[in-house]
Design a protein around this ligand. Structure first.
Ligand code: G4P
Ligand code: NA
Ligand code: NA
Length: 194
C-alpha cells in the first residue's frame, strides 16, 4: 500500500537491531486518517468474508483494529496482556513470547466475547516473529471460532512470522512488507501490485 510505504519512508526511523520506529503515526502518536485508510484496505481485501468480530492485542493493534471494526460495524476485541496466569477462569489464554522485549506474556480474552459462531479477522500493527498473532490464532481455536484471516499494517518479511502464519493455511494480508533495513533504509518487498 503506497500511502503506508510513503509514510514509513518519511517518518519511520530505522533503529539498531532491525527495529523500525514509527512513533510519529502508529506506536505513540497515532494518525487517525492513516489508520482509517489502512482499515479501508483491510475491508476491501476481506469484503466477502462475513466478518463478525475483529480481534487484536493491546496496545498498538487497537488503532487499526478499531477503524476496521467501525467500517465493518462489528465489535473490536483486544486480547489483554498480563504477566502471570493464575486467574484464568472464564478466559481463553495463550502464551506469547516477545523476542524484542524478552518477556513472556499470557494474553487473554473473556470467553463471553468470542464464540464458535464468530468469523474473526485478526488485526495487528506489526508482524515480526509472529508470536503475538500466533497467540491470537490459538485463542480463536480455543473458542472454535473461524479465522477469516490476518491483516497486518507492517510486516517485516525477513523475520519468520509471515511464514509461520501462512504455513497453517491462514490467509495473511500485510499492507507494507519490509524486505530489509540495509544501509539504515527501509526496503520494501517488490510486489506486482505495489
Ligand atoms: P511478534 O509479535 O511478531 O512475535 O514480534 P516480537 O515478539 O518481535 O515483537 C514484540 C513487540 O514488538 C510487539 O509489540 C511488536 O508489535 C513489536 N515490534 C516488532 N518489531 C517491531 C519493529 O520493527 N518496530 C516496532 N515499532 N515494533 C516492533 P508489543 O510488545 O505487542 O507492544 P505494543 O506496541 O503493541 O504495546
Ligand atoms: Na503489536
Ligand atoms: Na508494537
Amino acid at each position: 500500500m503506497k500511502l503506508l510505504e510513503d509514510r514509513i519512508r518519511e517518518d519511520g526511523l530505522v533503529l539498531p537491531g532491525n527495529v523500525l520506529k514509527v512513533n510519529q503515526f502508529l506506536n505513540h502518536q497515532i494518525d487517525p486518517e492513516l489508520m482509517y485508510a489502512l482499515a479501508e484496505e483491510f475491508v476491501k481485501l476481506y469484503k466477502d468474508e462475513k466478518i463478525t468480530k475483529i480481534l487484536t492485542i493491546e496496545a498498538s493493534g487497537i488503532a487499526p483494529a478499531i477503524m476496521t471494526g467501525l467500517l465493518l460495524r462489528v465489535p473490536v476485541l483486544f486480547a489483554r496482556k498480563q504477566k502471570s496466569s493464575t486467574m484464568n477462569e472464564g478466559l481463553y489464554t495463550a502464551e506469547v513470547y516477545s523476542y524484542t522485549k524478552k518477556v513472556k506474556n499470557t494474553v487473554s480474552v473473556d470467553e463471553k466475547f468470542l464464540k464458535k459462531e464468530d468469523r474473526v479477522l485478526i488485526i495487528d500493527d506489526f508482524l515480526a516473529n509472529g508470536q503475538a498473532v500466533q497467540g491470537l490464532i490459538e485463542i480463536c481455536h480455543e473458542a472454535h471460532a473461524d479465522i477469516v484471516g490476518v491483516g497486518i499494517a507492517i510486516e517485516k518479511s525477513f523475520q519468520e512470522g509471515a511464514e509461520l502464519i501462512r504455513n497453517q493455511g491462514v490467509r495473511l494480508e500485510s499492507l507494507a512488507r519490509i524486505s530489509s533495513f540495509a544501509d539504515n533504509k527501509v526496503h520494501f518487498v517488490e510486489d506486482a501490485d505495489n
